[in-house]
Design a protein around this ligand. Structure first.
Ligand SMILES: [Mg+2]
Length: 243
């Protein structure tokens, strides 16, 4: 089915791994923290450390979304569990976390084609916003250091709104604060459950960014008989066909 152009006015982007290349940036931020704490002197290679950390971090974020762990626990446990598993001694998990969070927003890699897309959308007078699960200070710094800031109208973080995506409160808050209408809003994100089902559950259309050059723009049939549309895109510039 060929997607027809729809009149959107407000676009809500996820930040991590949709605009800001979280994977690449977190790798470099962790590498620099790893060096600052001299972890290689404990016979652990950086690649192994990063793999173990990523595993624990991923599962703790999932617990956080289910409200099973607090922000404070998440911060401590993602390093504590990595240190325990790799037998790394003498480093305060919270201190390493602080170091990593300091390094993280200094990184500036964006996903391919982001600035070109935002330039295109800005010229067409769309209101561009960010709705992100993450800590307010960190997410704002990322937007600044990567050069996204001039394009972005407002940034909404789960920490500020106190409910992470896919909870409807954060979408509701974002829509109201930007004076948007649900029917004229589009959420763009790389996470099916968090971004796409979150937006659809709240009642706005969504574009699912799958990060694969092989995927062409697709207009997904909605089997659940919901009124909203889901677009599937492999690359961000495919949004230009619908916007
Ligand atoms: Mg994401």
């Amino acid at each position: 089915m060929k997607p027809k152009k729809k009149r959107y006015t407000h676009i809500f982007f996820d930040l991590d791994n949709t605009l800001w290349d979280f994977k690449q940036n977190s790798f470099y931020a962790m590498q620099s923290s790893f060096q600052l704490f001299n972890i290689e002197t404990q016979n652990v290679e950086f690649e192994k450390f990063f793999e173990v950390y990523s595993k624990h971090n991923h599962s703790l974020w999932s617990e956080y979304r289910k409200k099973k762990v607090s922000k404070k626990e998440l911060i401590r446990l993602r390093f504590k569990k990595s240190f325990d598993e790799l037998d790394i001694k003498g480093i305060d998990p919270e201190l390493m976390n602080t170091c990593y969070l300091n390094e993280m927003p200094k990184q500036y890699y964006l996903k391919e084609g982001v600035l070109e897309l935002l330039e295109y959308l800005k010229n067409k007078r769309y209101k561009l916003n960010i709705v992100t699960n993450g800590f307010t200070e960190v997410q704002h710094k990322k937007v600044e250091s990567s050069g996204l800031k001039p394009f972005i109208n407002k940034i909404f973080t789960s920490e500020e709104v106190k409910t992470p995506k896919p909870g409807r409160e954060i979408f509701e808050y974002a829509i109201k604060s930007t004076n948007a209408r649900k029917t004229n809003s589009l959420m763009v994100g790389d996470d099916w459950e968090v971004d796409v089902l979150g937006a659809i559950g709240f009642g706005i259309d969504a574009a699912y960014f799958v990060n694969s050059k092989k995927v062409k723009l697709e207009h997904l049939k909605n089997s659940q008989k919901l009124k909203n549309v889901i677009y599937k895109i492999g690359e961000l510039n495919q949004l230009q066909s619908i916007l």
